[in-house]
Each structure stands twice: as structure tokens, then as C-alpha cells.
Design a protein around this ligand. Sequence first.
Ligand code: PLP
Length: 217
Amino acid sequence: MYHTLVNELKTRNVTLVAVSKTHPPERIDELYRQGQRVFGENKVQELAAKYEALPKDIEWHLIGHLQTNKVKLIAPFVHMIHSVDSLRLLQEIDKQAQKAGRVIDCLLQFHIAEEETKFGLDEQEARNLLESPEYRALTAVRICGVMGMASFTEDVSRVRAEFRHLRHIFKQLKTDYFADTPWFKEISMGMSGDWALAVEEGSTMVRIGSLLFGERS
Ligand SMILES: *Cc1c(COP(=O)(O)O)cnc(C)c1O
């Protein structure tokens, strides 16, 4: 499974974030030994514990909701934070990145699904953030693109439309705020059930868990 998926994604220049949440370090190590270096977790404490336990050349991505009071636990090592959904959170990431002497790569998370429960910005909120003097004052965060989760549904046309919407937002923001910013290039979308559709719609980063590790208990 792993090599087929990796090769398929490689030909399309899509990064595989292997979502290892709930699985023990030994399972991660199995994929590591097959060459995987990019892993994603959705909980801060779990991420920090796995960082300690596993090889230091792993690139750890935080893909789940992040509370401001927990940023300091991951700021020294996290490779990318996919779930930035407020200026306040971005300010805290900037502060903790400075303390750690780093610049932290971030994605803006958008609410593209119809479900109420999912976190994320809408396009206007993102524009307000990007135009604010507070954002412009930040020096230790780099916004590298956008992230979103489609609705959990069998309705392929709806999922496709949501991915298209995210790509549209990406393009608008690229044109209006990041035209001269080469690192603003990522569209993080697609999970085990919808990654192929996401890739068709322009994903550059898929976050895949159960397809690689099996169902979570
Ligand atoms: C768990 C999770 C995934 C992976 O889900 P699978 O369906 O197991 O591939 C992707 N993105 C986020 C934000 C997640 O929390």
C-alpha cells in the first residue's frame, strides 16, 4: 500500500503527510524504515511525546486544532502547523518561534465543509487577518498556503466542490497577498477517503491516516 501510494503521489508532486495519531511509535518506525519522513498528529501532547521517542529527522506536522496555551510545547521542533484559524493563534506561534530562535511554517485553515463542527476561517476573515497591522508585524511565522477538510459524505460532487472552493481561495490569496512569496504554494487537502479527488482538484499535500495504518480504535 505505502509504496503504491507514495509513487502515485510523487509523479504528481504531492507531499504525503502520514497521519499517525493514536498509533504507537513502533508503527511510525515501520513507515520510517520504508523511507517516510513526514508525519502528522492532531494532539499537541501526543506529538511532543512522539518527537522525543523517534528519530530527529522526522518532519512533524500539527494538523489538528491548536490552543494558544499549547503552542510552546511544539514550537522548538514542529515543521508545519496546518490549523491556523485566528490572528491570536498566529501571534502566539510567532512569539514562541522567536523564543525558540526559529521561523515556523503555517497554513491557514479554512472552513469548507457544510458541517458545523469543523474549525476554520472563511475568505473574508483571512483577508482581515492578512491586512491587519498585527499580522504584518510578525517576523517568525511563514504562511505557506491553505488547509481544509471536506464534508464527510458519499456525495462526490459536493466534496469536489468543496476542494474547488479551497483551491479558489488559495488562488485569490496568492494573487492579492502572496504573488511575490514563493513559499506560499501549499494546498493541504485530502484524507484516506477523498485523497484522489483532492489531488485531481489541485492538492499539494494529502493527510492520510487509516489507509496507511489501518482503522483507529
Ligand atoms: C485524522 C485526520 C486526518 C486523516 O484521516 P484519515 O481518514 O485517517 O486519513 C487528516 N486530517 C486531519 C485534520 C485529521 O484530524
